[in-house]
Write a protein that binds this ligand. Structure first.
Ligand code: ADP
Ligand code: MG
Length: 619
């Protein structure tokens, strides 16, 4: 069995050496591990630990292949508690480097060392050594030039080394780690009881501060750790850390469960951040399926999937996920500046913020100054708003009067009404005290400060929740058409509709074949009365067809619900009457997740009072 694993699979690059050495040190119970690297690990990898050490007579065994001191019989392979288990790593590394191990057990008076060059060991010699083990690996791949040629630039190799150290340091917060490269210290991580401290060191306090703690137990399996707030999403899944019994692993299915839990909370194509750890008895998992044990096979993967998804969903329902903007511009600093979507979000947030501040300043100006002196500027600003031109070009600060003030000022130019009066009047009429701005955002006072709500996104979310609940209960209100409407489709379109006839009926859309590729709609969901039945059917067909092509799409019904809620919701640009604003805001509390529309855009931004105070230099 051991023979199946070739040396090359274990030692691929300097980072693989670091991984094997660190795992051995952790197995040996080290509480402090110092890693020194030279030239990305090509010159030198040195790992010094204060663990149990190796006795002189065991040193030759440690570097001989197929000699694992811990391995008693083959059954043990399935009950591996420690990180190493094949007794192959040191031998493989020593095969392709100038290798030195120096070690001393706690009881021994002195240490012993052993050198191996390209697989040839020299005799064990006594030496001075503190308790623990030091391993030096020099000139990696010096005797396998082809392998050496495949290595990347020093910085790239060092990046991989760093990543390995990061993973293991996150998995073992109680162990003191240091990392040096070319004699420069990169990390000094004192032991801590708090995983969060480690996360803060590697990824910044700001990120750590917003993480959400999770914990659950299912039988003998314990899940714990942190996941990111939806607004901490990333363009790739590199910040998804997953640990199993202290080992860093990768698992497609669990990654998928994570994505599924954030569905609707973050935009498609973006990835949540996570630092999650599973603890379970070793016999529930086979770690012997991958040469470096990166991938594992769970006895009951489906149950873990459900546990992860269930824990996340329960947590999110209980958590306030409203976006917060902090004065330092955290929205920008948290996201990857090279990423256009994040940059856009940050820009949008910054723009909203400056509009709001400008608006507030404008209000003060309007109250203080004589309306007549404001009049000349007003019509221009008003016209700009009307034609949607008030949005500043990218990078340009909004120069004109704030839109709200402009809107207020416009009637004053035309009707000679007092400046700002209509806005104030409207605000007074809504019982929630909210204002609509730009015909798309609602601004309301909250306990914390000011909330800016995207009217479309919020309405969409509310309809989605409502519609989903009705659908699951089989109680969607359907409205019969007086004259059933025939819709001509293509062959495959008609086929997919008939195939999903029942699903569509659950959504309130009753259809039947009408000869050829024509489908007859006899009734449609009452909620969708604003859109034409034929148009609705065509949009549904699009999703059904796409769903058929991608079988991993788990939730076809969910996609259909998203699309329908989006269509039925009020749009950005719809002028709302004060009663409508009130109705919308009152329903806000009905939605399970009123903070995000089903596409994952935030539905609301909060400007805390503290931030406003800061912006106005009150604090
Ligand atoms: P494995 O870890 O799979 O057993 P390795 O080749 O990585 O195989 O290590 C061989 C053996 O050498 C280990 O089983 C362990 O007994 C000993 N060993 C290696 N590194 C250390 C260390 N840092 N401290 C104590 N013992 C070690
Ligand atoms: Mg090992």
């Amino acid at each position: 069995m051991v023979n199946k694993i070739a040396a090359g699979e274990v030692v691929e690059r300097p980072a693989s050496v670091v991984k094997e050495l660190l795992e051995n040190s952790l197995d040996a119970g080290a509480t402090r591990i110092d890693v020194s690297i030279e030239q990305g690990g090509l010159e030198l990898v040195r790992v010094v630990d204060n663990g149990g050490g190796i006795s002189p007579d065991e040193l030759p065994l440690a570097v001989a292949s197929h000699a694992t001191s811990k391995l008693v019989d083959a059954d043990d392979l399935f009950r591996v508690r420690t990180l190493g288990f094949r007794g192959e790593a040191l031998a493989s590394i020593a095969e392709v480097s100038r290798f030195l191990v120096r070690s001393r057990t706690a009881e021994a008076q002195a240490g012993a060392e052993l050198e191996v060059v390209a697989g040839k060991p020299s005799p064990v010699a006594p030496c001075g050594s503190p308790p623990g083990t030091t391993i030096e690996v020099r000139n990696l791949f010096f005797n396998t030039p082809v392998r050496r040629k495949f290595l990347r630039a020093t910085q790239t190799e060092m990046g991989h080394v760093s990543e390995i150290v990061t993973r293991l340091a996150l998995a073992h917060p109680r162990v003191h780690f240091t990392l040096r490269h070319n004699n420069r210290q990169l990390h000094d991580l004192p032991p801590t009881e708090q995983l969060l401290d480690r996360i803060g060191v590697f990824f910044g306090r700001e990120l750590a501060a917003e993480l959400i703690w999770l914990e659950s137990r299912d039988g003998e399996v314990r899940l714990s750790g942190y996941v990111g707030h939806p607004n901490q999403n990333r363009p790739n899944n590199r910040m998804q850390y997953l640990f199993l019994n202290g080992r860093s692993i990768r698992d497609r299915a669990l990654g998928h469960a994570l994505g599924e839990a954030y569905r609707g909370l973050i935009l498609t194509g973006r990835f949540p951040v996570s630092f999650l750890s599973f603890e379970m008895p070793p016999e529930l998992v086979d770690v012997n399926v991958h040469p470096t044990k990166l991938e594992v096979r769970f006895q009951d993967g489906g149950r873990l999937y459900s546990q992860l998804l269930g824990t996340l969903r329960t947590k999110f329902l209980k958590t306030d996920l409203t976006h917060k903007l902090d004065p330092a511009g955290a929205a920008g600093s948290l996201s990857d500046p090279a990423d256009p979507a994040a940059a856009h979000d940050a820009e949008r947030a910054a723009q909203l913020r400056s509009e709001l501040v400008d608006w507030a300043k404008g209000q003060v100006g309007a109250w203080r100054s004589d309306p007549a002196t404001e009049a000349p500027a007003a019509p221009i600003a008003a016209r700009q708003t009307e034609f949607g031109l008030s949005r500043p070009a990218p990078g340009q600060r909004p120069l004109e009067l704030s839109p709200l003030v402009a809107r207020a000022a416009a009637p004053s130019a035309i009707d000679a009404a007092p400046s700002a009066a209509p806005v104030v009047a409207q605000a007074a009429k809504t019982s929630t005290g909210a204002l609509q701005i730009h015909n798309r955002y609602l601004v309301a006072e909250s306990e914390e400060g000011v909330v800016v709500i995207d009217q479309h996104a919020l309405h969409e979310r509310i309809l989605y929740e409502h519609f989903r609940a009705k659908t699951l209960a089989g109680a969607v209100e359907s409205q019969s058409l007086l004259v059933p409407e025939p819709v001509d489709l293509s062959g495959p379109e008609a086929a997919v509709v008939l195939e999903h006839q029942e699903l569509l009926a659950r959504l309130g859309l009753k259809v039947e074949p009408f000869g050829g590729d024509t489908i007859l709609i006899s009734s449609y969901p009452a909620m969708m009365s604003a859109s034409s039945p034929a148009e609705l059917l065509r949009s549904l067909v699009e999703i059904l067809l796409a769903g058929g092509r991608a079988p991993e799409r788990r939730d076809l019904l969910d996609e259909l619900l998203h699309m329908m809620s989006c269509k039925a919701a009020i749009k950005a640009g719809d002028r709302l009457a004060p009663e409508e604003i009130d109705a919308l805001l009152e329903q806000r509390h009905l939605a399970h997740d009123a903070h995000h529309c089903p596409h994952g855009r935030p539905t609301a931004l909060v400007f805390t009072r503290e931030e406003l105070d800061r912006q106005f230099k009150r604090i």
